[in-house]
Design a protein around this ligand. Structure first.
Ligand code: SF4
Length: 327
């Protein structure tokens, strides 16, 4: 568990992100768009690990990027420590960026393979003029390497000379360089072997303790989420279905989609595998033309007439929130 406090660090207000479809009509209301996130309202508390889960294409990564303003919202805004970041001018945003960093699934894809470890980790330090001299920068890079478990004598090696797990450690060192408060971890262990996954998760946990970090942890892997997160937010087709404490979500999921996701987690005991399994109907609908009413209604085994006509709103259930007409 993390050092969760009661202060809100990040808040989204009716956050909408739509992407234009290349080649779509330029005119009128019928212009086709991908509805990536629709009226998303979440709060991430200082010091917590807040997980975003859902199937591929549900808008998790888009929401992660909106949170640190790597994307601009179509409507709504993001508040970081009470400041509307979407109204900040570029200089102020540049300052704020030091406090918010991102770790990607494949660090190899996000770093220049022709840069050595020194340049990869030093780049944000140099861009933000953190150190007075090159010696000071080099010393700081070595300290960061030690913190993430990479030997400082490897400072002049290149990414291809490291394993996937080591490359992710280098990505983490780079993210830590500016002493951020919030790190968006976008599927940070999905590309790694299971044994390496736990090492990276433990490293993230230790760094959170040491540097009082807040994580937005994006993952489709519920086992990983259960291990690392304090709270879980379940998304389906750009909408939030349920938010709650991790153990509550896993032991007593409220929303039918959360139940399906939890049932789909492989069980260690094979005799338990077929018990009480929820089966979903059909495929994930298109985010270009999402279903009316509850976006889950075309797949939900409990769908009623009202689900096709009206959109369920988030309601509070003893500190948890879920949006479903059954509840
Ligand atoms: Fe299923 Fe209706 Fe609940 Fe949506 S609102 S999850 S369709 S029961």
């Amino acid at each position: 568990m993390s050092n969760q406090k009661n202060n809100v660090m990040v808040k989204t207000v009716d956050l909408v992100k739509e992407f234009d479809i290349p080649g779509g009509s330029f005119f009128g209301k019928n212009k086709p768009v991908v509805h990536a996130t629709s009226n998303v309202n979440i709060q991430i508390m200082e010091g917590e690990t807040f997980a975003l889960v859902g199937e591929s294409g549900c808008g998790k990564s888009t929401l992660g990027r909106l949170l640190i303003r790597l994307l601009e919202p179509t409507k709504g805004h993001v508040e970081f420590e009470g400041v509307n970041i979407n109204k900040l001018k570029s200089n102020d945003m540049r300052e704020l960026r030091k406090k918010m960093q991102i770790i990607f699934q494949d660090p190899y894809a996000s770093i220049n393979p022709r840069m050595d470890v020194y340049n990869i980790i030093a780049e944000p330090l140099v861009t933000h003029k953190i150190c007075a001299t090159k010696e000071e920068t080099k010393e700081m890079v070595k300290q960061l390497m030690k913190k993430v478990g990479i030997r400082p004598e490897f400072i002049n090696r290149y990414p291809h000379q490291f394993s996937g797990g080591q490359r992710q450690r280098i990505g983490i060192a780079r993210a830590l360089a500016l002493q951020p408060k919030l790190i968006v971890c976008d599927e940070p262990v999905s590309a790694l072997d299971v044994s390496i996954q736990s090492q990276i998760l433990n490293l993230l946990h230790d760094l959170q303790d040491e540097f009082k970090l807040t994580y937005l942890f994006i993952s489709h892997d519920l086992s990983v989420v259960r291990y690392i997160s304090d709270r879980v937010c379940v998304m389906f087709l750009g909408k939030i279905c349920e938010i709650g404490n991790t153990e509550d979500i896993f032991t007593n999921p409220l929303h039918p989609y959360t139940k399906f996701l939890i049932d789909a987690v492989p069980k260690p005991d094979p005799t338990l595998r077929k018990e009480n399994k929820q089966l979903l109907q059909g495929d994930i609908p298109s985010p270009v033309n999402p279903p009316s009413g509850c976006r889950f209604h075309t797949r939900c085994p409990y769908s009623k007439d009202i689900c096709k006509e009206k959109e369920p709103q988030m309601k509070d259930f003893d500190g948890r929130q879920a949006a479903c007409f059954l509840l």
